[in-house]
Every structure is written in structure tokens, then in C-alpha cells.
Design a protein around this ligand. Structure first.
Ligand code: ATP
Length: 367
């Protein structure tokens, strides 16, 4: 069992003249066996939250419960959790086998035979038996990270805590290890909290993702929930690549349209009532993902012309960049076999079922 409840967690750091709130009243419930990813930009408080859970950092306030037991003030060594770091943190003078068995030899009174058996079984499961007699200096980054993972697995903890464990690996190996790690977690069924700043890792690995910014939880949900129904402009911009386009518009209440210098956008009665219910001001942000913008050859009633600035052909898709005279560059993604030339005019449209609307002041999602 590895059920974690994080309640009103707050962590402040202070130096002589100011206080940094690294984690700001965070509430997250992690289910037994769940793979949850904490994601957010650098400095948003992911590592600090993880370190509070691990017992490496004492929270300023709040409670951490493991299987309903309050462990907030328990020492790290008494928590049944194993942490995997970005830099592997292997002992250089020990072999892979000694590194993997170290925690069991020092922290438990398990008989030697059982320790050997656990190390052997884990090494087989991870395909690293042939590395067991080598020292970390003789191993590649990927091999070292497998040994580091193996070292946490042999401990059979209730929770794995992983802080950017793949970020020192090259892009190709990272992709392979991502899948391996996910399969391993499913096989072992151990509750896992995985910290990353990489939204692709978050989207592909987590059962759920917790998106943080400025120490605060912005949204928690399945990757697809966060992608399709972002709670606010921050989440909408953070999840998805290339990023969602955001266009400042105003609401014209007499005609029930959104207005921008280059276009007007008539709203359906459903969208109008969503805006009214939200009590938003007349400044709104229209969000649309690059893949959701329609590009039409002939002008239609709902399309408007834009000049193509740059085309980036990537093979399967091309990114087409344009502006709307407001100082921002916007992106459309089109099929790679659609030929669009730089400097030409194309007509684009925003299907209403694809647009997002955010309160222009608070960034909270309206639609
Ligand atoms: P990164 O991805 O860059 O590691 P993060 O999201 O993990 O970032 P944290 O390392 O948790 O962020 O840091 C959150 C905030 O707390 C940052 O402003 C950071 O500078 C500050 N912070 C973290 N640890 C300390 C510390 N020991 N003393 C003072 N400030 C700290």
C-alpha cells in the first residue's frame, strides 16, 4: 500500500531580507499504485515538494500522510520511500551489485542470501546482470541510471520518488527509458511521484499530472484532461507543443461578438452564456492550438486573411507562422504535404468547438 495525502503543504525559505514561498498550500491525494507526475517550469516548487515528501526538507506547515499515518515529522530513513535522482548518486568505489545491495545491508537485518536474491532478481528484471561487477565509472549514463533504479527497487518501498531521473540522458535514450520506466512501474504497481519540467514526459508517463507554477497547484488530472480542458491560461500554454496561441480580444456585448483589429468572431448562445456565467470582464483571451486552426484556400464566411511570415517544414507537419499586427507571432500546424509559401496570403478560421476562452484579467478558463 502506498497512499499519500498532501494537505495544505507550505514551504518557505528565508534569507536575511526576504521570504521565498517555494510551495504554497498544496493539496494532492496520490492513490495507491498511481504514477503521478509533478510538472512545471524551473523554480515552481516541484523538487521542494518531493523533498518534503521524502523527509529531506521539513515543511513550514501542512501535513503529509502515508496510508493515513502522519509522517510529516518522521525522519527520511523511517519513511518507506526510495528516491531516484537526476545525477544517479551511485557510490563510485562500489560495484553495481554493492550499490544495489547497500541500502538493504545497512538499513535492514535481512539475511545475506535474501539480499543477494533480491539484487539478482531485480538485475534480471532490468536486464543489467552483466553490469553487476562493474563500477559506475565503467558504465554509460543510461546504465548508471538503470543501476540507480535497481537500487531503489530492491528496497521494495511503498513509494518511489523520482526527481528528473532521465534528464542527464540523451534524447533517444530518454525516450527508451521513459517507456521502460513506465512498464516497470506498472509491473511493480508501486506508487510513484515523478518530477520533471518536460511536458512531453508528463503527458506520456503519468496516470495523472499535477501542474505547478509559483509553488501553487494549477491543475491535477489525466494528461488528456489537462490538454483538452485546461483550468487556466498557464496550463493551456504549458501543455502542448507547439504552444497554444493566445489572442487578446474584447467582448462586444451589443453584437455578442469577440473583436480583434483583424477579425470579429460571432459567438454561439452557449458560449455567450458561459461568458455571462463566468462574470468575466469584457477583456478576454481567445486560445487556439496550432493544430486546431483551419487553413482554407478560398475565403469563407468565418475565415480571415493572414500573411505567412515563415514556414517550417518538419516532414510530417509544417509550422506556419503569421501575425495579426499586435506584435505576437502565431502558429498554425498543417499537414506536411500541404504546400504554403512564405509571403503569401492564406485564409484561416477558428472552429468554435476548438476555441478556448480565458478571463483576460485572471487567466481562468471560461470555455
Ligand atoms: P527546478 O526544475 O529548477 O529544480 P523546481 O520546480 O524543482 O525547479 P524548487 O527547486 O523546488 O523548484 O525551488 C522552488 C523555489 O524555492 C525556487 O525559487 C528556489 O530558488 C527556492 N529554493 C529551493 N530550495 C531552496 C533553499 N534551500 N534555500 C532557498 N531557496 C530555495
Amino acid at each position: 500500500m502506498g497512499k499519500l495525502d498532501i494537505r495544505d503543504l507550505r514551504k518557505e525559505f528565508s534569507d536575511s531580507d526576504n521570504v521565498i514561498v517555494a510551495v504554497d498550500d498544496l493539496n494532492i491525494d496520490v492513490k495507491d499504485g498511481e504514477f503521478i507526475v509533478f510538472v512545471g517550469p524551473s523554480g515552481c516548487g516541484k523538487s521542494t515538494t518531493l523533498r518534503c515528501i521524502a523527509g529531506l526538507e521539513l515543511p513550514t506547515s501542512g501535513t503529509i500522510l502515508l496510508n493515513d499515518d502522519d509522517i510529516t515529522n518522521q525522519s527520511a530513513t523511517n519513511r518507506d520511500m526510495a528516491m531516484v535522482f537526476q545525477n544517479y548518486a551511485l557510490y563510485p568505489h562500489m560495484t553495481a551489485r554493492e550499490n544495489m545491495s547497500f541500502g538493504l545491508r545497512m538499513g535492514t537485518d535481512l539475511p545475506k542470501d535474501e539480499i543477494n536474491e533480491r539484487v539478482q532478481d531485480t538485475a534480471e528484471m532490468m536486464g543489467i546482470e552483466e553490469l553487476l561487477e562493474k563500477h559506475p565509472g565503467e558504465l554509460s549514463g543510461g546504465q548508471q541510471q538503470r543501476v540507480a533504479l535497481g537500487r531503489s527497487i530492491v528496497r521494495e518501498p511503498e513509494v518511489f520518488l523520482m526527481d528528473e531521473p532521465l534528464s542527464n540522458l540523451d534524447a533517444k535514450l530518454r525516450t527508451t527509458m521513459r517507456t521502460e520506466l513506465q512498464e516497470l512501474q506498472q509491473r511493480l504497481g508501486v506508487t510513484t511521484i515523478y518530477v520533471t519540467h518536460d511536458q512531453t514526459e508528463a503527458m506520456t508517463m503519468g496516470d495523472r499530472v499535477a501542474i505547478l507554477n509559483d509553488g501553487r497547484l494549477q491543475q491535477i488530472g489525466t494528461p488528456l484532461e489537462c490538454y483538452h480542458e485546461p483550468a487556466n491560461e498557464f496550463v493551456a500554454g504549458f501543455i502542448g507543443s507547439p504552444s497554444m496561441n493566445f489572442i487578446d480580444v474584447s467582448m462586444r456585448s451589443d453584437t455578442e461578438e469577440l473583436v480583434h483589429d483583424r477579425f470579429t468572431y460571432p459567438l454561439s448562445p452557449e458560449t455567450q452564456s458561459l461568458i455571462a456565467d463566468a462574470g468575466a470582464s469584457d477583456r478576454l483571451t481567445l486560445g487556439i492550438r496550432p493544430e486546431d486552426i483551419g487553413v482554407v484556400v478560398e475565403e469563407t464566411a468565418s475565415s480571415f486573411p493572414v500573411t505567412v511570415q515563415v514556414v517550417e517544414p518538419l516532414g510530417e507537419v509544417s509550422y506556419v507562422y503569421f501575425n495579426l499586427g499586435d506584435g505576437t507571432t502565431y502558429t498554425v500546424s498543417v499537414d506536411g504535404d500541404v504546400l504554403i509559401e512564405e509571403g503569401t496570403t492564406v485564409h484561416i478560421e477558428f472552429p468554435e468547438d476548438k476555441i478556448h476562452l480565458f478571463d483576460g484579467k485572471t487567466g481562468t478558463a471560461i470555455k
